[in-house]
Design a protein around this ligand. Structure first.
Ligand SMILES: Cc1cc2nc3c(=O)[nH]c(=O)nc-3n(C[C@H](O)[C@H](O)[C@H](O)COP(=O)(O)OP(=O)(O)OC[C@H]3O[C@@H](n4cnc5c(N)ncnc54)[C@H](O)[C@@H]3O)c2cc1C
Length: 381
């Protein structure tokens, strides 16, 4: 067992931490207040390499390990949690396309994705179903040398800034989860309508819903074989769930460090408030819990790098990580007193931002179903 980072991993971590601290953190609150997609940062992040981490060098990426991508997203989240949605989507799309898509589709999309010139979204959820993803109603009917897609997708991260979406649709509705296929759908095709959401947090990344009315895509838009979409998405969630754990961890770690400084400087009853165990113990407990979360997430990604089973570990990261980090950030908010409730400090925004990740990519309840099924066996769970 070796817990040491390699030299290149340590350099990656330092580079990302410095960039996040110097370039992202100072403007984190500004994007939220303006509820504006930070378009100017996208090519800059592309140059930094964060969108191409799961893309091969042939297509302009850096083909880093799963763990490396986790190390990077943790550090970026310290500067701007919301930009991590872009990394998350790029890792999802990069991994999915690299593993399952045709060379032509990879050639068209992976280079712009890596460079930060194209934003790709994931469109699985529908107005009537999220947790029960196999119940989607969007369908793709064969027509000529392609398919006509009809349906409605909801809750799509980065939709309003997106250039294309990976749309999951039924190609054999009678087969349930085994009848779902994935399509790469450019968002400028006729028949598409986008509507923006007004979210409580992550306001800069512009979630929205997508209406598909007789949208024609060629056969070449399909990612992998017909009816393999559900398996593909579930395998890719095993990756992104660990990344989400680390993204929330980064935001909580940054908040914890800021809170340590705050409570050392703030005085009450003639002494720094940090002198009270009621203040210092929650900080110590947060440190312990974040350390546990970190190693759970790192190990999950390491298992994926080794090609070993990690579905349950990924569900553990997602079941506990975001909720734990939200609790820690809320405690830190209280330790800032009334200032924590103002927009003068980033803590209130981090709390709003992190909450969304408790729900995205599968709620804690659904994660616990996966874990319990493994512990008890399908027959008893
Ligand atoms: C910030 C954010 C970003 C997102 N980004 C995307 C995206 O990019 N693309 C995309 O496709 N989707 C996205 N989503 C949607 C997300 O994946 C779904 O919201 C999530 O899977 C839950 O589905 P739902 O909202 O339909 O809740 P429902 O499935 O309706 O569930 C409602 C509640 O019931 C609980 N529940 C449901 N079934 C069970 C059960 N069997 N046992 C116990 N409890 C149960 C759930 O845990 C939840 O608390 C995003 C969501 C958020 C908040």
């Amino acid at each position: 067992m070796d817990f040491a980072l390699t030299e290149s991993q340590a350099i990656l971590q330092d580079t990302m931490r410095d960039f996040a601290h110097q370039r992202l953190l100072p403007r984190y609150r500004e994007w939220d207040r303006r509820a504006e997609f930070p378009a100017e940062l996208w090519p800059r992040l592309g140059e930094l390499g964060v969108f191409g981490m799961r893309v091969s060098e042939v297509h302009g990426g850096s083909d880093l390990s799963y763990l490396d991508a986790g190390l990077a997203i943790e550090q970026i989240a310290r500067g701007d949690f919301n930009l991590c949605y872009g990394i998350l989507n790029a890792c999802f799309a990069g991994d999915l396309l690299s593993r399952f898509a045709s060379p032509a589709l990879c050639e068209t999309w992976l280079r712009p994705l890596s460079a930060g010139r194209a934003v790709l979204c994931v469109a699985l959820t529908e107005p009537h179903c999220g947790s029960d993803a196999a119940a989607i109603r969007t369908h793709a009917m064969p027509k000529g040398d392609g398919y006509v897609i009809n349906g409605e997708k909801s809750a799509i991260t980065l939709l309003m800034a997106g250039n294309a979406a990976i749309v999951f649709a039924k190609t054999a509705p009678e087969l349930g989860a085994k009848g779902v296929s994935a399509f790469l759908v450019p968002l400028d095709l006729p028949g598409l309508t986008r509507t923006a959401y007004q979210d409580m947090g992550a306001r800069a990344i512009k979630r929205g819903s997508l209406f598909l009315d007789n949208v024609y895509v060629p056969r070449t838009a399909m990612i992998g074989p017909e009816n393999a979409g559900f398996t593909q998405v579930m395998q890719t969630f095993d990756y992104t769930r660990a990344l989400i754990g680390l993204m929330c961890l980064g935001a909580a770690e940054q908040t914890l460090e800021e809170t340590v400084e705050y409570v050392k400087g703030r005085k009450a009853f003639g002494a720094p408030v940090s002198k009270n165990q009621g203040v210092s113990f929650p900080l110590a407990e947060a440190k312990a819990r974040l350390e546990m979360l970190r190693w759970l997430c790192y190990r999950t990604l390491w298992l994926r790098d080794q090609g070993l089973a990690h579905t349950v570990e990924a569900a553990l990261c997602k079941a506990e990580g975001p909720a734990l980090c939200a609790d820690i950030i809320r405690d830190c908010l209280v330790l800032h007193g009334h200032y924590g409730y103002t927009q003068d400090y980033p803590v209130e925004q981090r709390y709003r931002d992190v909450l969304g990740q408790i729900i995205a990519d599968g709620t804690p309840q659904i994660m616990k179903m996966i874990i319990a099924r493994e512990m008890l066996g399908r027959e008893f769970a």
